[in-house]
Design a protein around this ligand. Structure first.
Ligand code: NA7
Length: 558
């Protein structure tokens, strides 16, 4: 029985269908958004969630080895001092079960479940200019209305199952890592194929290799992965952090990427080679993102600086792989280090030293088709398996939003004789267009939490999520004070923001690499750099300045 049905039975009342806000998604963003609007602002709010429990990313991604690549002490909420003090993390990089447990605990602690409708997918959301309200329709045909429509849908929640010929003919077990069965998968004694070598596959491969009879990995692009150096959290360190949480959060909120990591104050080529090597080695030994996000800043800007760290990484990979041919295949030579999302790994490269693991390079010999028994490559390679795992990522950032029929100004649900306004995905046909990654012109009273053109996936997500949730709450609270019912991005402000995000991105090396940041992993998706690269601290200050300047770039109406 759903919580709503239960409520109805207990109270005998018809369920509410009109809300202050409807929020889509019960992950990190949706949970805090609900708490903020309901418990701080007293707004009636309803969360609609596809899964049958809270957790978002940590609900869906249950593949072996799934864990956070951000350290636990900052991959969490900061908003509640009680929560910060009472929760103890067991590992530096918490695994999926612990992350989900944390979010379940938060939902219980703040009594959130009663306002979440689970197993409910939002199909349409449409703004009505006459009533100044959104109408939201779910997959069961139910409708509700709200003043605010808030998409807390996550940036990496729309699974990408590539349209490979014969895909659906495979007769064995088939899984996508982002839609993993809740009961788990037993690989023992089985021949397994994994397509993909992104951050997900790099976490899963060493564990699948240990269990499977044989594992074949199909790699299109070799990645530069850094050792995670995961381990238990030292209770003393945990206590020290608890005593300094305000300090830690002040620092990460003003940092570039939302971590306690800082760039060197000079360029890579200004240090002699031995000093550079010493620094790279120190970061390597420390593990985690330091080598990527706490290094010389110019590795993001010039090939010469970047070559020094790319070359260092290539050496490190080659040292760990026994077979020279396999080592060469695993060594990225087609893109600069750090221009794709850098995965963290534990025994990833060593997995390829096992007798039961084979690496197939599908860039030089592309997958031609999936067959009932396995897979065939262009050069005639035939591979058979019992289980096929798609670790093929997501239609990132815009995918989860474009999956909903979101209609803005002039919008009605389709059933109203097609008087619908423009669909968000049509507006975004050439790439996302937002003001601050938070709103889009012609879509009044709609907010996207960590949407495209905000720091989002180029940051430690909870830091960016909290900033967005708090900014949205502040906007709504200020609207009440000024008696405004509607807020919307001005077209000019949006145009300028889009141009700014592109200018910042294109001053770096990142857009030169085919990545999901660029939409390059999805055939036909526009190639536009989506996350904002201007830095978490700078972005926060900019948003605060916008609010201080009487919400410059926004238009209010009553
Ligand atoms: P990613 O990083 O998008 O990785 C997907 C992998 O799948 C990557 O190696 C792709 O190769 C590969 N891929 C995708 N489509 C195909 C086809 N058609 N054929 C062969 N190989 C393919 O997704 P992840 O789930 O690993 O990580 C996503 C984020 O989640 C991660 O960055 C964290 O932020 C959490 P490619 O590199 O495109 O050549």
């Amino acid at each position: 029985m759903s919580s709503t049905q239960q409520n109805r039975q207990e109270t005998g009342a018809e369920p509410a269908t009109d809300f202050g806000a409807v929020i889509v998604g019960a992950g990190f963003s949706g949970l805090y958004m609900l708490h903020s609007l309901r418990d701080y602002l007293g707004l009636s709010a309803r969360v609609l969630e596809t899964g049958d429990g809270v957790g978002g990313t940590w609900y869906w991604n249950r593949y072996p080895g799934a864990r956070s690549d951000s350290p636990s002490y900052i991959y969490c909420y900061s908003f509640s001092e009680d929560l910060r003090q009472e929760w103890d993390w067991t590992e530096k990089y918490p695994e999926q079960r612990e992350m989900r447990g944390y979010l379940q605990h938060v939902a219980e602690q703040f009594d959130l479940n009663r306002d979440i409708r689970f197993s409910t997918q939002v199909v349409d959301a449409s703004y009505d200019e006459d009533t100044k309200r959104w109408t939201i329709r779910t997959d069961s045909g139910e409708e509700m209305t709200a003043q605010f429509f808030i998409a807390a849908v996550g940036a990496l929640s729309s699974a990408n199952l590539p349209d490979i010929a014969g895909r659906d003919t495979f007769a064995g077990e088939r899984y996508h890592t982002g839609q993993w069965p809740h009961e788990g998968v037993d690989f023992s004694g089985k021949r397994v194929g994994v397509i993909g070598t992104g951050a997900t596959a790099i976490q899963a491969i060493p564990l699948i290799a240990r269990e499977a009879e044989h594992l074949t990995v199909f790699q299109r692009t070799a990645n530069y992965a850094i050792p995670a150096r995961n381990g238990p959290v030292d209770p003393e360190v945990q206590q020290q952090r608890k005593a300094d949480y305000d300090g830690i959060w002040d620092r990460i909120r003003q940092s570039y990427f939302g971590f306690e990591l800082w760039f060197e104050d000079h360029g890579a080529l200004e240090d002699p080679p031995e000093e550079r090597e010493r620094k790279y080695q120190a970061h390597w030994d420390e593990g985690g993102f330091a080598l990527w996000l706490g290094n010389y800043m110019d590795i993001f800007f010039t090939r010469e600086a970047n070559d020094t760290v790319s070359e260092y990484m290539r050496r490190k990979i080659q040292e760990r792989v026994d077979d020279p041919e396999t080592a060469e295949k695993l060594t990225p030579r087609d893109h600069p280090f750090g221009t794709k999302r850098v995965p963290l790994e534990t025994n990833y490269y060593e997995a390829f030293n096992r007798d039961n693991v084979t690496l197939v390079d599908v860039k030089s010999d592309p997958i031609q088709e999936i067959t009932p028994t396995g897979l065939r490559t262009g050069d005639g390679g035939e591979y058979e398996f019992d289980v096929l795992v798609f670790a093929t990522g997501f239609d990132a950032m815009t995918g989860p939003l474009n999956n909903i029929n979101i209609r803005g100004r002039g919008g009605r649900l389709l059933r109203d004789r097609g008087r619908g306004g423009r669909l968000l995905r049509d507006k975004w046909a050439e790439g996302p267009a937002t003001y601050l990654g938070l709103t889009s012109a012609d879509f009044p009273n709609m907010f996207t939490i960590t949407g495209p053109q905000s720091p989002s996936v180029l940051s430690n997500m909870p830091v960016s999520i909290e900033q967005h949730v708090e900014f949205v709450s502040r906007i709504i609270s200020d609207m009440r004070e000024r008696g405004a019912e509607v807020i919307e991005a001005a077209q000019q402000a949006e145009d300028e923001w889009v141009a700014h995000t592109q200018e910042v991105a294109h001053s770096t090396l990142l857009p030169q690499t085919a990545t999901w940041y660029m939409g390059a992993n999805i055939p036909g998706k526009p190639r536009v750099f989506m996350p904002y690269l201007g830095g978490v601290g700078n972005y926060r200050q900019h948003c605060d300045q916008v609010a201080a300047n009487d919400y410059e770039g926004f238009v209010f109406s009553s």
